[in-house]
Ligand binder design. Structure first.
Ligand code: NDP
Length: 311
């Protein structure tokens, strides 16, 4: 019997994913868009990004849910998830794209670009002597699939690079700190703090007023993970007070960010509309197909998500 892979995503068109996956799956797995599923009983695999409530109930024989992205917070927080394994994407292109965005953000602050942009608007030649990368401390909060790659890229550029996670790990050039007790010290020494933590019950609003108060006066903040990891009101106050010199923000508590939100007009703040990294069909297709094959043959899955940890 032919198994079906059902696809659902609001932002991602179906055809490029179908075309990228088909050569890897062969003829025994049919790929169908959710609205066009002909026989729900044959659906064993779901490749989804934020499907509507009740989505999974249509497919009684699901064996695997594949999150069409790296962040699984929206998926694992649902109460209608079937009791089957969940995997996430973790492909090299996605990692490179994220590392590139983080490198850009760190360089933006390290090279005082907001200062020069403001001076240019005033037509002012405002020389500011550059600092060496080795004199600048960067803290990456979260050293997962994407965080670890970004941290090693920052270290490769010569920055004094620190990382924070729950468990120890060995990353070239990165000083790794672990556990809740280490966070204050990590924040206190950093000139640039980059948030790459997943959104979980433990990390929700973890970066609050107290954390911004701990940061070096004039430090810069980058958020590429999820808006809800940050207390956004506290961030606005820290930027307004000059406690933070600037921020590069790709994610927000509510997206799209409302046109009248104060973050749009605070000095030194760059806003991008949640695109630091995206899932790319051609580089993600082999790992999706491998996990489907593993499910069919009873082998171990790659990139499986822990529902308990929430990431
Ligand atoms: P992973 O899930 O692979 O890793 C998460 C990291 O955070 C791990 O290092 C983990 O520690 C650490 N962590 C989790 N909880 C805590 C905690 N309570 N205290 C300290 N450390 C903690 O995430 P990725 O690196 O792949 O991705 C990070 C996030 O980036 C995603 O969750 C997603 O929200 C976001 N994202 C944003 C995109 C964008 O376009 N803006 C695109 C893609 C992803 P440990 O290693 O010890 O388990």
């Amino acid at each position: 019997m032919t198994d079906t892979l059902v696809f659902y995503s609001g932002p991602d068109p179906f055809e490029p994913w179908r075309d990228a996956l088909a050569p890897h799956l062969g003829s025994d797995v049919r790929i169908e868009e959710a609205d066009a599923v002909t026989d729900p009983e044959t659906v064993r695999f779901a490749l989804v990004w934020m499907p509507p409530e009740g989505f999974f109930a249509r497919f009684p024989n699901l064996q695997l849910v594949i999150n069409l992205g790296a962040g699984v917070d929206r998926l694992v927080a649902r109460n209608d998830l079937p009791d089957v394994p969940i995997t996430r994407l973790s492909d090299p292109e996605m990692g490179r794209m994220m590392a590139g965005y983080v490198l850009f953000s760190v360089l933006r602050h390290a090279r005082d670009i907001p200062h020069f942009e403001a001076a240019q608007a005033r037509r002012e030649w405002a020389y500011k002597h550059p600092r060496a990368a080795s004199e600048i401390t960067v803290a990456i909060l979260g050293l997962g699939e994407l965080g670890a790659l970004a941290a090693t890229e920052i270290a490769r550029q010569g920055f004094d690079t620190h990382g924070w996670a729950t468990r120890p790990k060995d990353l070239p050039g990165v000083t790794v700190h672990c556990g809740d007790d280490a966070l204050d010290d990590v924040l206190a020494q950093a000139d640039i703090v980059v948030c790459m933590l997943p959104l979980t019950p433990d990390t929700c609003k973890r970066l609050d007023e107290n954390c911004f108060g701990r940061m070096k006066p004039g430090a810069a903040f980058v958020n590429v993970s999820r808006g809800e990891v940050v207390d956004q009101d506290a961030l606005v106050i820290a930027l307004r007070d000059g406690r933070l010199s600037g921020a590069t923000l790709d994610v927000f508590e509510t997206e799209p960010l409302a046109p009248d939100h104060p973050l749009w007009s605070l000095p030194g703040v760059l806003i991008t509309p949640h695109l630091a990294s995206v899932a790319l069909p051609n580089s993600a297709a082999p790992q999706i197909a491998a996990n489907i094959r593993a499910t069919q043959t009873g082998r171990a899955l790659a990139n499986e998500v822990s529902r308990l940890r929430g990431y």
